[in-house]
Write a protein of this length. Structure first.
Length: 461
């Protein structure tokens, strides 16, 4: 660990993450606060946000690599594209979750609008800002290292990739241990109450039909604009839209779907299912028992401090380039959001409900089933959503790095061969799949938490 090259890589990664976080915090908070304060801004930007947010940033790696090459700009751009959404969303939620009574009190005291925002709204929203920044810091670190592992940008990612290519397993694990050891004693601070997500929908400002129309507008505008621009452009990296559509049909509407898409989705489903099941079981167990939690929190902190993309090379060394390593990395990286959310949700169970369960003689298992899990389910579903996004990123990254089939493999090979048509066709399919999986999860969550939404509306009325 005393190698000067190692510490130079650490410094480069730290610098890139710092620059990306400054951009993410400034842009994310400013845009999120504006969307939370003014319905007009939300009306204009929310459809575009809903379209872009589900698309994993790692999908854009080949395109960003063509623009910036294997430089620090690649890592910074990828980290900003992925890290800005948690800050923006939590800033919007924080502003809209401010107690209306406090705002009315400030208005009754004669405070001008600007002072009400700076003295009441922004301080009240600070905990939500901090939550978004914390999530974004983990994402920016993961994507910065991913840019080095997959795109060759300088830093820890490229160092671990070079060690893996030369078969230096000791160096690979030394970097991983050095990254995680500093967090073994870290204590995860308790979060405040969850913001009411229903308030982020902008009331009834837009009808459902209008939201659907506006949600479809960004991709249509992007496609039309690209078609018009590429028609007269001579850049080989940006082929005409018709060529991309033709290549898309040749690749994915034929045997390529069974050869590459189905195996990728199978790994995603299996890894994600293992992550949810294991994260839920471990999280509930740790949330119920303080003694168990104190024993295993250092180990949990160590594991979650490791950017999952950094684990791809050592797992490939151990398990090979087959499906086992892909499923393992997805399961490992995606389990932590579910586990942490389950711990938080179980610990927030209303003590009055627990007293009632004891008074009517419920067994510990019945208490978990009828009290803890329903109470924690909104928080758990939030962790599952983050887990789904992490799983999708790791599916793509693992196939880009070490695979002989799959969506990530096809896209990365096309980038290496300067096959722009195939690269664009793969990128578009990955974006579509990311959008569809997010929409499917949203439907499942709405159905499973319909009772919670109804209760929230009843309490707010």
């Amino acid at each position: 660990m005393g190698d000067p090259d190692f510490w130079a890589a650490v410094g480069t990664t730290f610098r890139d993450v710092l620059i990306a976080m400054v951009i993410v915090i400034i842009v994310g908070i400013c845009v999120g606060v504006a969307m939370g304060l003014w319905n007009v801004v939300d009306w204009l930007l929310e459809p575009t946000s809903q379209f872009l947010r589900p698309i994993p940033a790692i999908v854009l790696l080949p395109l960003v690599l063509l623009i910036y090459g294997p430089t620090s700009q690649l890592a910074i751009a990828l980290a900003v594209l992925g890290g800005i959404w948690p800050v923006l969303i939590h800033a919007q939620i924080g502003v809209r979750s401010v107690d209306p009574v406090a705002i009315d009190t400030g208005r009754a005291m004669g405070l001008p609008w600007r002072m009400r925002q700076t003295a009441i709204v922004l301080p009240s929203a600070m905990p939500s800002f901090a939550t978004g920044i914390r999530i974004a810091s983990s994402l920016t670190l993961m994507l910065t290292i991913g840019a080095g592992v997959l795109g060759g940008s300088p830093g820890l990612g490229r160092a671990i990739m070079l060690a893996q290519q030369t078969g230096d397993a000791e160096a690979v694990f030394a970097i991983l241990l050095g990254r995680g050891a500093g967090s073994c004693t870290e204590r995860r601070p308790d979060r405040g109450r969850e913001a009411i997500v229903a308030r982020t929908q902008g009331g009834g400002f837009m009808s459902r039909t209008l939201r659907i129309v506006l949600g479809a507008a960004p991709p249509v505008v992007v496609l039309v604009g690209y078609a018009l621009w590429a028609q007269g452009a001579s850049n080989a990296y940006f082929p005409p839209l018709g060529d991309i559509v033709q290549r898309f049909r040749e690749l994915w509407l034929s045997e390529g779907f069974l050869t590459h898409v189905v195996p990728s989705l199978k790994n995603l489903v299996l890894g994600f299912a293992i992550a949810v099941a294991s994260g839920l079981l471990v999280g509930v167990a740790l949330g119920l028992s303080r003694t168990t939690r104190e024993m295993f929190v250092p180990l949990l902190n160590f594991g979650r401090s490791l950017p999952p993309i950094m684990l791809i090379p050592p797992l490939v060394l151990v398990l090979g380039v087959g499906d086992a390593s892909k499923i393992a990395i997805i399961a490992f990286g995606a389990a932590f959001p579910v586990c942490l959310a389950s711990i938080d949700g179980v610990r927030r169970t209303d003590p009055a409900q627990l007293d009632m369960a004891r008074s009517i003689g419920l067994s510990p298992l019945e208490t978990v089933r009828h009290i803890h899990l329903p109470s924690a389910s909104p928080t758990i579903f939030g962790g599952v959503q983050v887990s789904l996004q992490v799983a999708f990123v790791l599916m793509i990254a693992s196939e880009m790095l070490a695979a002989f089939r799959g969506l990530g493999y096809i896209t990365m090979q096309a980038q290496l061969m300067f096959d722009a048509r195939t690269m664009w066709a793969g990128t578009i399919l990955l974006a579509i799949l990311g959008f569809l999986t997010n929409a499917l999860f949203a439907m499942v969550r709405r159905s499973a938490l319909s009772w919670h939404s109804g209760m929230t509306r009843a309490l707010s009325d």
